[in-house]
Write a protein that binds this ligand. Sequence first.
Ligand SMILES: O=C(CO)[C@@H](O)[C@H](O)COP(=O)(O)O
Length: 224
Amino acid sequence: MTVVPKIAPSLLSGDFAKLASECQRMLDDGADYLHMDVMDGHFVPNLTLGAPIIKSLRPHTKGFLDCHLMVSHPEQWVDDFAKAGADLFCFHLEAAEDTSALVKKIHEKGMKAGIAVKPNTPIEDVFPYAGEADQILIMTVEPGFGGQAFMTSCIEKVRKLREKFPSLDIEVDGGLAPDTIDAAAEAGANVIVAGSSIFKADSPKDMIKLLRDRVQVAIDKSSA
Ligand SMILES: O=C(CO)[C@@H](O)[C@H](O)COP(=O)(O)O
């Protein structure tokens, strides 16, 4: 593997009333990405934030805004997120009309492109597009809410994707914590989204370090 660990705190578990300072706190504590959960109340049964919030936040942070759009018709939001200053636009395979065209459009607008898959979507469905995208996100909970239990059934999907794409950024999201990180990392995940485990930790800094160290151990083991 040639990948490196990246830790992406999910701001969904932070305090939206002070989003900019929550982002800064995470960066100061060692975060690599700021994971922004965009939900439309249609693709998932929850409503969170959209491009206007990303636009307001952008002048207040230099952090990498890893935007995960859990929305129907993701095509319609590419321009708005690009203008708002998103760094990565991740859409759901299940929601896209034309996956390759959407990846191309995201790149043309100057953002990195991610493709997410829900727990019940076979990982093979994303194989044809994994070479075009910058990151594949494997959901390890049903998307919609923070604080759910990690689904171990998703681990095999990470393993299969890593086997085929050794240098791809593989992100996992949902229920990542000290008791689940090893399974995800050993299967090949290198980008870790974590909400509850980081924001509820006595020391978010120590939690970010723990998650990063465990991923690094798995990477070292796999390349030994
Ligand atoms: O996208 C989602 C939920 O749909 C996630 O990003 C969660 O916000 C992660 O939260 P934890 O499971 O780590 O609490």
